[in-house]
Design a protein around this ligand. Structure first.
Ligand code: GDG
Length: 471
């Protein structure tokens, strides 16, 4: 059985939010995001459909069309599915493994069973809605078995897979009890995309070690050089497609918003900013410790410097996330207790999700942006900051271990495992803005050109063109 959708995106999360009015009336509304924005034109032009979980357990609204004509097709997950598949296997097994074991992954057989089961259901839903010969684009680590299952159910489909997080070295990956099953799942795709060439390499090396697969050459598509391997008689292209942002999605900055924000902060000379999901991979604690040491040594003056940290709530029921939050909040309290004054904290901390246009004002107001993950697939925050500084103002401190560091070479790079390195990068950025403003401006403008030119539409277009070329 097949549906009539020529282009299907399948992701763990459907781009919708549930709103409950004071009288209890509930409505689902499409939620904007980079991926949705990038894929909307294709989805709209091709009678597209998006398959995913609506974000609330034990219920799913009927499929509905957005105003732009995109069909949203909810997959229902029970509370138990959510715990085993999402919180368990996806976020307590795969997430730490794929981020180089920053915390120790936990492998439970029942979580794996839930992951397999939920992947099967996602694949079955896609198989029902996709038209004959349709293109299906599977997103991310939660759905790595979908390409393989889908190929069995619907060999007529053209299947792409994109991994939004890093892919670790085979030496680490080999500890996963179900490594062969995941490789087989991914190999159902016609094209597997990673952010970086190094991620693609790690995956291909793993296939060589565990399956004896060797790269047969490169398929010179128009957009990229993909590596080609054959698995069970099926040719698979593997390549790097660094994701980017939709500069337009940050909205318009509020008129006078930057001055207002800086005034609220007490008009400090230097505003430093961090914006992250509260995740242990993001290195929030380390950056606070580096900042604290710079205050202790008087390299930074608490009377003229503030750090704003926005830490968006994330995966709050998982123990490692609770620990990360306590450590961050303890450090914020300690730093303010030591270096703040009444009504004048040094660290302004929010554990909230802010509207996008407010975030834009924060980015614009920040002299120095701190992006210090231990490991990150790409890191869109770094690119968003750069996109908001088209006038060449500001400075970016960026971890060497963020995928974004491959493109944003002009940032102040640091090793997040080395506090001295983070401190050096922060100081170089703060001081550079006053001692060598022209150099700093040139560097920011070079990064801005990169982000403005290679935006998220280019990313989606490169992937989908390469996927078509595998036909
Ligand atoms: C994964 C990979 C890869 C943050 N706080 C607020 C808010 N945000 C938005 C940012 C940005 C997004 O969330 C975060 O994207 P990142 O790329 O920084 O990080 P992950 O969430 O870990 O994303 C990552 C990405 O997938 C894409 O492939 O780059 O490596 O881990 O857009 O602006 N947005 C709003 N309020 C907030 O408070 N509205």
């Amino acid at each position: 059985m097949s549906g009539d959708n020529r282009f299907v995106v399948v992701a763990n999360r459907l781009p919708v939010d549930l709103h409950t009015a004071p009288d209890g009336t509930r409505t689902w509304s499409p939620s904007p995001g980079g991926l949705v924005a990038a894929l909307s034109p294709v989805l709209e032009n091709q009678q597209g459909c998006w398959v995913g979980w609506p974000g609330v357990s034990d219920e799913a609204p009927e499929p509905f069309r957005t105003d732009a004509g995109v069909l949203l097709h909810p997959v229902r997950l029970t509370e138990a599915d959510f715990e085993g598949f999402y919180e368990g296997f996806s976020n307590a097994s795969l997430w730490p493994l794929y981020h180089d074991l920053i915390v120790t992954p936990v492998y439970h057989r029942e979580w794996w069973a839930a992951y397999r089961d939920v992947n099967l259901r996602f694949a079955q839903e896609v198989a029902e809605v996709a038209a004959e010969g349709a293109t299906v684009w599977v997103q991310d680590y939660q759905l790595q078995l979908v390409p393989g299952i889908l190929r069995q159910l619907r060999p007529d489909l053209r299947i792409g897979f994109f991994l939004h997080i890093p892919f670790p070295s085979p030496d680490l990956y080999r500890q996963l009890p179900w490594r062969e099953e995941i490789i087989r799942g991914l190999m159902g795709a016609d094209l597997i995309g990673f952010h970086l060439e190094s991620n693609a390499r790690n995956f291909l090396d793993l296939c060589a070690v565990t399956e004896g697969l060797t790269v047969e050459g490169t398929a010179g598509t128009r957009r990229i050089d993909a590596h080609v391997v054959t698995h069970d008689g099926h040719r698979v292209a593997v390549g790097a497609f660094p994701i980017s942002i939709d500069p337009g999605s940050l909205g318009e900055g509020e008129e006078g918003g930057v001055d207002k924000l800086r005034a609220e902060l007490g008009n400090p000379e230097t505003v430093i900013l961090g914006v992250d999901r509260l995740d242990y991979t993001k290195g929030i604690l380390q950056r606070l410790l580096a900042f604290e040491e710079l205050l202790e040594s008087e390299a930074l003056d608490p009377a003229s410097t503030v750090l704003m940290q926005v830490a968006t709530p994330s995966r709050e029921r998982i123990e490692q996330y609770q620990m990360a939050r306590s450590q961050v909040e303890e450090a914020v309290g300690r730093i303010n207790g030591t270096f703040g004054a009444m009504g004048r904290p040094v660290v302004h901390y929010l554990h909230q999700s802010l509207p996008k246009n407010e975030l834009r004002t924060y980015y614009e107001a920040a002299d120095v942006m701190l992006v210090t993950p231990f490991k990150d697939g790409m890191n869109l925050v770094a690119k968003e900051y750069v996109a908001c500084h088209g006038d060449g103002s500001g400075a970016l401190v960026l971890s060497e271990f963020a995928g974004a560091a491959v493109e944003l070479r002009e940032a102040n790079l640091c090793n997040p495992f080395d506090l001295e390195s983070i401190k050096r990068a922060i100081l170089t950025a703060v001081q550079g803005l006053s001692t060598t403003p022209d150099v700093m401006k040139d560097r920011m403008l070079a990064m801005h050109r990169q982000v403005a030119e290679y935006d998220v539409n280019r990313w989606a277009d490169a992937f989908l063109t390469s996927l078509e070329e595998t036909r």
